[in-house]
Design a protein around this ligand. Sequence first.
Ligand SMILES: [Zn+2]
Length: 335
Amino acid sequence: MDNETTLRAFHLRFGSQELVDSLLTFIEQVLVPRRVNLLLLECNTSFQFEVYPELSEGTLNKYDAKEIARICKRNGIRLIPLFQCLGHQGWGGGRNSILKHYPQFDETPHIPTDANWPDFFAPSWCPNHPEVNHLAFELIDELIEAFACDGFHVGMDEVIELADNQCPRCHGHDRADLFAKAVTDMRSHIVEKHGLEMFMWGDRLISSEETGYHNMWESDTFGTYKAIEQIPTDITIMDWHYDRHSSYPSIKIFLEKGFKVIPACWFKTDAAVAFLGESLQTAKELNAQKRMPGMLVTSWNGWNKQAFEQFITDQLDGELKELKETLDQVTGILK
Ligand SMILES: [Zn+2]
């Protein structure tokens, strides 16, 4: 692959000022030697928002963001913040700060806070509430300014709660239409207004049945997938699959629709290598290598000081050991 356009990306959730030094060391001693050139930093509501301080659930502030951005820039790493839009506004019936402070945005206010999976997965905000985008855009703007980024990730994975029967604005609406509206609203702000590249997770845009993934997480079983026909193709899709499948047909689906797509793996090395291999082959067959530039390695462990240190000193076991092996293998293939 062409060195200059090859993407070697890493994702982690981060929102703690106390861990900034550890992160910076991790970047310089783990990511830079492997030539990682995109860092997807999932901040969500962990950022210290200035316009809405009551929404801050973490300690990362704009000065920390500037320092992380400076170190990334110095090392040729593109820094992309992630802020979960629409879905994942909490876990189970527990609401995050946005829905706690603005319960009017809750798509399912009737769900008790102690609800748990499998009764209830995670709350969403209502995509048809006339004021929700104003709030989301202000939060996104603070992150864009703090990180001085040229791209933004809106999350939007695993959005299960949509078109709730009791929502006066969404009841009876088509789930694909609602999802497409939410995506297009975000794009109007991030791409049209700010001129940034917009990234999002791809799972709601692919049919579980059509792809053969056959599970409700990495592909859609509730009817949002048809939104793929309605959303602009200048959105970059991160297509995540963490397990070994016999095939990963979603890469071809996104490329044939005209999207740029980045396959995303987790710690399982055999799955990551197979997924990347098939993605490279598919892109070659479609002569679409520029729209399938590399791979994202995601991490979903809690990043505390110990985890960073174990990574830096190479004293790992279990999931983190395999994550590092996966990062080695993926960046080795994409060197
Ligand atoms: Zn609604």
